[in-house]
Design a protein around this ligand. Structure first.
Ligand code: XIL
Length: 331
């Protein structure tokens, strides 16, 4: 039945991140989106760079558009993200250089206004994104870290919680499914937060994975994270073939075309991932699974890493791939 979508087969929300402009201007994409998903994340439109690109210039228009879409089509709106070094506007960095006391008050004002404005409407937030090094257990020495120390992380959670006590607040990062040193460092921080009463409610596994990341390690990582008792969100799922030379993913580009065999293997990998999530994460901690762009046509991977790959469950012509069926079977 072509009207049955992934969301109908699932007991937890199934989401996708998407560029809002692309979604609004493509009727076919919208149809597939509505059919399959009951949660939506903006790939870039809710980041700081989009919200306050220049000083005193809050830009809510696109967020209002997404919110309206989410409400009209009964989808959960997921807020990505409040604090991320990669999306900190230049003007913020310049101003903080001159006045380091200003930064904390700006962070408080930004989070309070933003989360407050969408109180009760944005169900959950990635409060801080990627605060640890790509690999290993050290804090990433970002602009935020250098200016405010690691306490910027817990402050962000407190400000968000004060602005919307009902919002589900996540710490989100990548490689924590494969790098156990990094995973353990994140879990240590989370446990400290819990002891100190810092209002954290979930761990987001971005889960940008490669075909060669062993399922056993992913299973171990999910289990460890679930033991914190927090919500677990697979927040940015995609599965690439190439092992290319970016520090975030490692290795070199080594596939130039997509064979039937590769399609089948990818379907299996998607299925295993969904099954592991269902089996390992207790039901009451299953916040959902979100894909990061759901078509090979729109995937961020090709542009961002400048390589050919096919990470998504729909292909370049917006047709479901074997990976779609693998995902469905896993649910
Ligand atoms: C990516 C977007 O998809 C790209 O369009 C943008 O150029 C860079 O950011 N981890 C995250 C996401 O938390 O915000 C990133 O999104 C992908 C990696």
């Amino acid at each position: 039945n072509s009207t049955i979508g992934l969301k109908d087969a699932s007991t937890f929300p199934i989401g996708t991140a998407i560029k809002i402009h692309t979604l609004m201007n493509d009727a076919k994409l919208q149809k597939i989106q509505k059919q399959n998903f009951n949660s939506i994340t903006a790939t870039n439109d809710m980041k700081m760079q989009s919200i306050i690109p220049t000083e005193n210039n809050y830009n809510w228009k696109t967020v209002d558009t997404i919110l309206n879409y989410a409400e009209t089509h009964n989808q959960r709106l997921f807020g990505h993200n409040l604090i991320w070094h990669s999306s900190t506007p230049e003007w913020v960095i310049a101003k903080a250089e001159k006045d380091s006391l200003w930064l904390d008050s700006f962070m408080k004002e930004y989070i309070t206004r933003y989360v407050g404005r969408y109180k009760g409407k944005v169900a959950a937030w990635d409060v801080v994104n990627e605060a640890f090094e790509s690999s290993g257990g050290n804090y990433r020495e970002t602009f935020w870290y250098n200016k405010l120390g690691k306490s910027y992380i817990e402050k962000a959670f407190k400000y968000a919680h004060e602005a919307d006590p009902d919002a589900v607040l996540f710490y989100n990062d990548f490689n924590i499914e494969r790098d156990t040193t990094k995973l353990h460092a994140v879990i240590k921080m989370v446990n400290e937060f819990k002891e100190k009463g810092v209002p954290i409610s979930g761990i987001g596994f971005q889960m940008h994975i490669r075909m060669d990341i062993p399922d056993e390690i992913i299973a171990y990582s999910l289990k460890k994270a679930a033991e914190t008792g927090l919500q677990i969100h697979l927040s940015e799922v995609d599965i690439i073939f190439n092992t290319h030379n970016d520090e975030r993913l490692g290795g070199i580009e080594n596939y130039s075309s997509l064979t039937d065999e590769m399609k089948q293997a990818q379907a299996e990998k998607y299925k295993n991932l969904i099954e592991m999530y269902k089996e390992i994460v207790p039901k009451e901690q299953q916040f959902g699974i979100t894909l990061w762009d759901f078509t090979d046509r729109d995937t961020w991977i090709r542009g961002f890493f400048n390589m050919r790959d096919w990470p998504s469950i729909y292909d370049d012509n917006l047709q479901p791939k074997p990976a779609y069926l693998g995902f469905l079977e896993g649910l």
